[in-house]
Design a protein around this ligand. Structure first.
Ligand code: PLP
Length: 419
């Protein structure tokens, strides 16, 4: 009989196998200093393009003050227990009410972490007779929620309405047999490539098919729509999103999340979300901090304007210089280059060491083999000088990628490692 750990000793998984070359540098890097447009990486100053602090709130003096005062007043324990048992407070309720107003829904319910909350929301919305139809590029938290589902599920091709219709046809026939309903899941913004989910087109299909729509708007909340209410507001269909989700981990620069829907749906969910019913309530520091951040989202439209000034400068600068930024329609800014994983490593090293630019690198299996995706997150705390410096650095690395410098460098490293 095999030892359970045999497979772990043999195979670290598609990402884990790079650990010896990548850990501490490409993965699990340590960015030091206050969260800002410029931080330190291995002792060097770098412009940080990989932190989801869209509105620059993480280190805003007013936010820091409220966070510190809340920590002083409540500590990190209060309240103790799950919401249902002993962890409920008036401030949790107030935050829910204010969030509901902000995203224009009847009610909301707080989640301790977006990921777990999403998993449980998917789980709670369906029973075994129901069918889930979801975008194949969905975030891991959606996929894990779907994994809990005891009934049928279909994926549709990413943002492809023809494929969605085909799967809705199948799902409708199946639901007629099982006596269940259909849940469609998409995202407001797909966080890797920055495309908005085609929510308007999905909603239009409600005329033809009977389904409910659940949208994960982690990257849209605070960044899209006239008042920052997200991708649904941006596309003019917020009312037709049946269940809306956003996290505090991005625009709100904090921890926690929420779901929003009609009151009756939220009333059901709050008694059925297992990850919330059996877990400690969102701590008060985070609730008070979220109330402050939400107030700033409401009253300081300049935060979003500053963000978009940087987004537009970065994206148009990249396009003008001939870079491929795909089909982004959000702040998420991908740059696609052609190259192998070792070349990508040499390129990112050059960016960090010689140009002081820190951005995330995404390679196969997240994207197809032979492509390198440099993913950048512009924020309101970046400056136009940061953008200019970055664009110049990108010109330089593209030249070196094309003239084979990174291929030679990566071959030398591979040879030194005996590969
Ligand atoms: C699309 C999406 N959904 C959900 C989450 C999970 O949210 P949280 O970090 O609050 O667990 C993330 C990442 O933060 C995300 O990018």
């Amino acid at each position: 009989m095999k030892d359970l750990f045999d497979k772990i000793y043999k195979d670290k998984g598609p990402l884990g196998k790079w650990a010896s070359q990548a850990e501490g540098y490409f993965v699990f890097p340590k960015l030091e200093g206050e969260i800002a447009n410029r931080m330190k990486f291995r002792g060097n100053d770098v412009i940080t393009w990989s932190i989801n602090d869209y509105l620059g709130l993480a280190n805003h003096p007013e936010v820091r003050k409220v966070d510190a005062e809340a920590a002083q007043q409540y500590g990190s324990a209060y309240p103790m227990g799950a919401r249902m048992m002993s962890g409920h407070t008036s401030l949790h309720e107030q935050l829910q009410n204010e969030l509901a107003e902000f995203v224009d829904k009847e009610a909301t319910y707080l989640l301790n972490f977006g990921y777990q909350g999403m998993v449980s929301t998917v789980d709670a919305l369906v029973s075994k007779d129901d069918i889930i139809v979801y975008d194949v590029d969905s975030h891991a938290c959606i996929i894990d929620g779907v994994r809990l589902h005891m009934g049928k599920r279909f994926t549709f091709k990413h943002n492809d309405m023809e494929s969605l219709e085909k799967n809705l046809d199948r799902a409708t026939k199946m639901a007629e047999q099982t006596g269940g309903g259909i849940l469609v899941i998409s995202e407001g913004v797909f966080g890797m490539r920055g495309e908005q989910g085609k929510l308007k087109e999905i909603v239009a299909l409600k005329k033809k098919y009977n389904f409910r729509l659940f949208v994960d708007d982690a990257h849209g909340f605070g960044t899209l729509g006239e008042t920052g209410a997200g991708a649904g507001q941006e596309q003019g269909i917020q009312d037709d999103i049946d269940v809306y989700f956003a996290t505090f981990a991005k625009s709100m620069a904090s921890t926690g999340a929420f779901i929003a829907a009609d009151k009756e749906i939220i009333d059901y969910l709050k008694y059925n979300l297992r990850s919330q019913m059996f877990a400690k309530s969102l701590q008060m520091q985070l609730v008070v901090g979220a109330l402050k951040r939400l107030d700033m989202l409401r009253t300081m439209p300049e935060l979003k304007q500053n963000l978009w000034k940087i987004v537009n400068a970065l994206q148009s600068g990249l396009k003008d210089r001939g870079f491929d930024i795909g089909n982004t329609s959000s702040c998420v800014t991908p740059v696609y280059l052609k190259g192998s994983i070792p070349e990508a490593m040499a390129l990112v090293k050059d960016l960090r060491e010689n140009h002081g630019i820190f951005c995330s690198i995404v390679v196969y299996p997240v994207i197809p083999k032979g492509l390198i995706l440099l993913r950048m997150i512009p924020t309101a705390s970046h400056t136009l000088e940061d953008v200019e410096e970055t664009l110049n650095a990108f010109d330089a690395i593209r030249d070196r990628l094309e003239n084979g410098t990174y291929k030679r460098l990566s071959a030398a490293v591979s040879a030194a490692m005996g590969e």
